[in-house]
Design a protein around this ligand. Structure first.
Ligand code: ADP
Ligand code: GLC
Length: 478
């Protein structure tokens, strides 16, 4: 079976978040299920530069511009087709936003053209054999499902995955004139959304099946609150909506072989992890205390991630004798708050404001616990990376964090299956309580070590979920 992923990011070519990790890893796991997945990407500078075994194909016209397809593979072996259309994609940096945080001009027309060509590729109109399934990811590819529904010929089955309902691809209705869809698509049953267009809504309405990245999030988004305006529509599509939890690439995230960490380690011998902690403390300028529980954050610094709440908990962590390392960037006010917390106590708090993949590995290996106080979290990947490195996740009980972490409550501790600490509701008091509980566990080394071992024993790979996707594709194509 041949599946065309349509997405705007793919690790390691271009990444702003977990979407890239998923698109860069799931195709490899699908190949174990006899699904041949190819990723269709915008031909950003970084994409064209990063592809290996590149080949250029026959030029064609797209909105008056001469463009072509470039095929190649990522360093990890994922097959890619990139749309080389310089007027649309010849820029560096973030695919959606300018450095000052404003949206790039022309995003609507840009991702509409991208989606239109994706459909032509999927239908076999550009020299590639036709695909059996088109799997669109997030709003950037949402129109794919609308274009497919407008075709008269037989089309591939379609799946749309919602990685984050907060990003809805909303554009003025005047864009209708530029996206080559019949006028009837501008309706309440179609793309119309509060007098505007929503590309994500196009995916939700027209896909044969809608998935999201965890079963809990699939339920949450059908509620009025969690639905962020689409609750009713998602309930309506509930029979064709499911949640499949993300995995991570366990080759890239592997404490036994990771070239980015100071010393590798295994579940049977964790001495390397203690060294990673010492090295991290040293590199970040923290006091080198092996018995100070070291909490970490590797994240976009946004209100989704609840990190404004963590700012207020820094004092508590310090008072209890712990340390905090923050790696991330995002909202300027949260960045500033962590910077001043660092200036106030550089021996106990450290932050790196920016994006650094290598540092992310060193933090996951060196920390004792990772804190993810998300207000909502479709899946979350950093708790999976943390468990893979024997680092205990302390998380809000929402979305994928609910599905992937087993709270160290009495029942789980008695049964010996706890993998972390969860709290709910997501507010300052419950976060404080979760931090207290984490310290209490840390001060009982036998218990803490047991939870660490449970984390290390978790299967956080893509295997099970790739099987679920393969079964879904098979069902859709009958
Ligand atoms: P989201 O996609 O909502 O940002 P995820 O947890 O799904 O959250 O994925 C985030 C990905 O980005 C993970 O691979 C994480 O390690 C990485 N990441 C986030 N912030 C940084 C950063 N500042 N430096 C390096 N990696 C980061
Ligand atoms: C989104 C979500 C995150 C998820 C990622 C990959 O960015 O915020 O929870 O893990 O997509 O699916």
């Amino acid at each position: 079976m041949r599946v065309l992923f349509v997405a705007s990011e793919c690790f390691p070519l271009i990444k702003t978040g977990g979407l890239a990790d998923v698109v860069g890893a799931l195709p490899l796991a699908l190949s174990e299920q006899n699904v041949e997945a190819t990723v269709f990407l915008p031909g950003f500078q970084l994409v064209l530069k990063g592809l290996k075994k590149k080949a250029s194909h026959k030029p064609f016209k797209l909105n008056g511009e001469t463009v072509n397809l470039v095929t190649g593979v990522t360093v990890n072996g994922v097959r890619v087709i990139a749309l080389n259309a310089p007027k649309l994609f010849d820029f560096e940096g973030n695919p959606y936003q300018l450095p000052d945080g404003r949206d790039r001009e022309g995003n609507g027309a840009r991702y509409a053209a991208f989606s239109r060509v994706a459909v032509d590729v999927a239908m076999g109109n550009h020299g590639e054999p036709a695909f059996d399934v088109v799997h669109a990811h997030d709003w950037q590819a949402g129109l794919v499902c609308a274009y497919l529904s407008a075709e008269k010929a037989k089309v591939p089955a379609s799946v749309v995955t919602i990685h984050n309902l907060a990003f809805q691809g909303i554009f003025p209705k005047s864009l209708m004139g530029e996206i080559a869809l019949p006028e009837r698509y501008y309706s309440e049953e179609g793309l119309e959304y509060w007098d505007k267009l929503s590309f994500l809504k196009a995916g939700i309405v027209y896909a044969d099946h809608v998935t999201t990245v965890s079963p809990s999030y699939a339920l949450e988004i059908q509620s009025d609150n969690g639905g962020m305006g689409f609750g009713g529509l998602l309930r309506f599509r509930g029979h064709a909506l499911s949640g499949i939890v993300n995995g991570i690439d366990t080759q890239i995230w592997n404490p036994q072989t990771d070239p980015d960490i100071p010393m590798t380690y295994t579940a049977a011998d964790l001495r390397g992890k203690a060294k990673c902690k010492r090295a991290l403390q040293k590199d970040m300028g923290l006091q080198q205390k092996s018995d100070a529980p070291l909490f970490a954050v590797v994240s976009r610094l946004t209100t989704q991630k609840g990190l404004d709440l963590l700012v207020d908990a820094v004092e508590q962590i310090k008072m209890l004798g712990g340390q905090l390392v923050v790696v991330g960037s995002g909202d300027k006010s949260i960045e500033r708050a962590f910077k001043s917390a660092t200036e106030a106590s550089p021996k106990n708090v450290a932050c790196f404001i920016g994006y650094d993949e290598t540092l992310a590995h060193r933090v996951q290996a060196g920390a004792d616990a990772i804190i993810i106080p998300s207000r909502f979290e479709p899946c979350g990947l950093t708790q999976l990376c943390a468990m893979r490195y024997g680092t205990i996740p302390v998380v809000g009980r929402v979305g994928g964090l609910n599905d992937t972490v087993i709270d160290a409550n009495v029942a789980a501790l008695t049964k010996g299956c706890a993998t972390g600490v969860q709290f709910s509701p997501i507010d300052p008091h419950m976060l404080a309580a979760a931090i207290n509980r984490s310290f209490a566990l840390y001060r009982q080394p036998k218990l803490w070590d047991e939870i660490v071992q449970n984390c290390l024993a978790q299967d956080v790979s893509w295997s099970a979920s790739a099987e679920d996707y393969a079964a879904l594709y098979a069902r859709l194509i009958g």
